[in-house]
Design a binder for this molecule. Structure first.
Ligand SMILES: CC(C)(COP(=O)(O)OP(=O)(O)OC[C@H]1O[C@@H](n2cnc3c(N)ncnc32)[C@H](O)[C@@H]1OP(=O)(O)O)[C@@H](O)C(=O)NCCC(=O)NCCS
Length: 177
């Protein structure tokens, strides 16, 4: 009987700011997390990703290589970033030159189950739950749908992170956003 190749999740070669919380199990390697970052359980953050100060990444999200996320962002549950667009008709299968990058600005809140294709998102944006972001977002505001489209100006109240990770209980996976 053959045996599978078993690999463990872990936190390997991660650059850490102060007061970072990572709920296990999560799989983080070769990335950089700023001060007061919170990472919920069942998250994967791949190498060379940078996550800015006070940003929260909620459970079950996937942040792939070539993604940069700014300060004071909120990445909801099950958010998927994409770097391989199947540009040649299928997966790039590790051919990095086919991958494309994503940059998320500061104070960006991404609703649960959103999918972010390789784009640039400016500061002060809200992405609705389940949105599929296919194009650059250059104007602050609220975007939703598939493909994500501008809906209205941002809410005047606080966007993005509403609570310091210092006050969050690490074992809890849901958010009061
Ligand atoms: C996009 C969002 C910010 C809009 O909030 P809002 O402006 O208060 O929206 P409203 O509830 O007033 O709805 C306005 C319209 O947008 C639609 N809408 C709302 N959210 C939507 C979404 N995520 N995708 C598509 N349409 C959406 C509503 O159906 C409504 O349509 P209608 O005008 O045809 O009736 C919000 O609905 C959302 O998706 N938030 C994400 C929350 C989240 O994922 N949190 C994660 C932590 S639990």
């Amino acid at each position: 009987m053959t045996r599978p190749i078993l690999k463990k999740t872990g936190v390997v070669d991660v650059g850490l700011g102060r007061n970072v919380t990572i709920v296990q199990p999560s799989n983080l390697y070769g990335c950089q997390l700023g001060d007061d970052v919170f990472v919920g359980p069942f998250v994967e953050i791949q190498k060379d990703v940078t996550v800015g100060n006070r940003t929260r990444i909620q459970s079950h999200s996937f942040v792939c290589e070539l993604v940069t996320i700014g300060d004071d962002c909120f990445v909801g549950h099950g958010v998927m970033f994409i770097n391989d667009t199947f540009a040649t008709g299928g997966p790039a299968r590790g051919k990095r030159k086919l991958w494309k990058s994503t940059t998320v600005g500061d104070r960006v809140s991404i609703g649960s189950n959103a999918t972010i294709l390789p784009v640039r998102i400016c500061d002060d944006v809200v992405i609705g739950a389940g949105a599929v972001v296919t194009k650059d977002i250059t104007k602050p505001g609220i975007y939703a749908g598939n493909p994500a489209r501008w809906r209205r100006d941002s809410m005047p109240a606080k966007r993005a992170v509403s609570r310091s990770p210092r006050t969050a209980k690490p074992a809890r996976t849901s958010t009061a956003s």
